[in-house]
Write a protein that binds this ligand. Structure first.
Ligand code: SF4
Length: 218
């Protein structure tokens, strides 16, 4: 599968020193294994940025919503953490990472030589240099149209039966060969059987499980 990258704009940053000192509100960083999607099972370094205005009622990271509750961490510090961890991939997640200009962060992290992955709802303008983009669109604040040309995989959370219609509208906006997952809403066990039955009738979809939650790890 060809990796998709976000176009490079003109950068305002004169040198890597300036990029390294750029800061972002960070909820947490951790070295773990990607528990879901196409890269399931891969050693990954996760950077969870703070800030989200999408407002999913079942959100499992509401602590990330207010960026003022979290410390500012520099790109240089984050790059150092990645180099100590030595993962296979770097995953930028949130919150909604695209609430921030991700060009400085991804420019700095590119110096590690590792692939950069983004997990986003797509509700804010795309920025940054990415090798893989996981789109998890939410009906509470729909993606901007520009995102669909950059999607590497589609992940739609299903809470109730009406969410399948939302999932199908999103799948129609991406190329047919892109992997598309239906993920149960973790707090609603009934969503698992809904998805099971749906995929049997709609085999273009795959089951997306948050295996890290089953394992009790981050
Ligand atoms: Fe939570 Fe993600 Fe929804 Fe934001 S987009 S409210 S972080 S689930």
């Amino acid at each position: 599968m060809a990796l998709r990258t976000v176009p490079r704009p003109l950068l305002d940053f004169a040198d890597s020193l300036e990029i390294a000192s750029f800061t972002y509100p960070v909820v947490e960083t951790f070295h773990s294994i990607q528990g879901e999607g196409f890269w399931f099972g891969t050693a990954a370094f996760f950077i969870r940025l703070a800030g989200c205005d999408v407002g999913c009622p079942w959100c499992d990271t509401k602590i990330s919503w207010n960026p003022k509750r979290h410390p500012q961490v520099s790109v240089g510090q984050l790059r150092d953490q990645v180099q100590v961890a030595q993962p296979k991939i770097i995953v930028i997640t949130g919150g909604e990472p695209l609430m921030h200009d991700l060009y400085p962060l991804t420019t700095g992290l590119k110096e590690t030589g590792l692939p950069l992955h983004l997990e986003t709802s797509g509700a804010h303008p795309l920025s940054g240099h990415f090798d893989w983009l996981t789109l998890s669109p939410k009906p509470f604040k729909a993606p901007l149209p520009e995102i669909y040309d950059h999607v590497s995989e589609l992940k739609v959370v299903i809470d109730q039966a009406t969410d399948f219609q939302w999932a199908e509208t999103q799948a129609q906006k991406i190329a047919a060969e892109i992997p598309q997952y239906l993920q149960p809403q973790w707090e609603n066990p009934a969503s698992q059987s809904l998805i099971f039955d749906y995929i049997l009738a709609h085999p273009e979809w795959r089951l997306g499980l948050q295996t890290h939650k089953f394992l009790g790890v981050r």
